[in-house]
Design a protein around this ligand. Structure first.
Ligand code: VGL
Ligand code: ZN
Length: 216
């Protein structure tokens, strides 16, 4: 089942989810995604087309469980086993209140209504803007969108193979029509994670489009 473009950006039942456009994910940042900053003008153009926009912000306490520095003898990009499953370890990034955690100042979407901070629990990571990595703790985003009559989301931002993909998969699980705008995302691509993410999303019914499909 591939949904057609049955929900246009200015439809009040649609939201654009802008994921983790923060300095630590930009070139020069602690967990840099190549060309992440090239997305700023693309996402600004998209943002202007949508009535509803939510900004997600990775927002970790300084002793966060996803930081390699929280685990003696571990290095960034190692995998460890936590009570909730496998966790990839990262360089310290997006520490609450730090410059690296700030949204890129070039983002220009003044009508965005909600900034959703995630990953705030010291012991649980959260790639997804909907459900934390324990797959049980909810951020409240599905409830927020549903209460506002939103049934469809377009997802853009960083990183395609982690926070964008997990957010899109959870949006589908929560029943939202879900599109990922491929040219408005950039990937980390760790051990084949990018190919895997597209496969997982296709299987779940997430539709891949390019921003050109929305410019009429
Ligand atoms: C992200 C790794 C760790 C992301 C966040 O935004 O994709 N990736 N924290
Ligand atoms: Zn993070």
């Amino acid at each position: 089942m591939t949904p057609p473009l049955s929900r246009l950006p200015d439809d009040p039942r649609v939201a654009l989810l802008v994921i983790d456009m923060q300095y630590d994910f930009m070139p020069g940042g602690a967990l840099a995604v190549a060309e992440g900053d090239a997305l700023v003008p693309i996402i600004n153009r998209l943002g202007a087309q949508f009535r509803n926009v939510v900004l997600a912000q990775d927002w970790h306490p300084r002793d966060h469980v996803s930081f390699a520095s929280s685990h003696a003898g571990r290095a960034p990009f190692d995998n460890i086993t936590l009570p909730y499953g496998t966790q990839t370890l990262w360089p310290d990034h997006c520490v609450q209140g730090s410059h690296g955690a700030q949204l890129h100042a070039g983002l220009d979407i003044p009508h965005a209504q909600l900034t959703l901070r995630k990953g705030c629990n010291a012991g649980i990571d959260s790639y997804s803007a909907f459900v934390e990595a324990d797959r049980a703790t909810r951020t409240g985003l599905a409830g927020y969108l549903s209460e506002r009559g939103i049934d469809s989301v377009y997802v853009v931002g960083l990183a395609l193979d982690f926070c964008v993909a997990w957010t899109a998969l959870d949006a589908r699980s929560a029943g939202f029509n879900t599109w990922v705008i491929a040219d408005a995302c950039k990937a980390i691509d760790l051990n084949g994670s990018l190919d895997q993410a597209w496969k997982d999303m296709a299987l779940a019914g997430v539709t891949r489009i390019d921003s050109a499909a929305l410019t009429s």
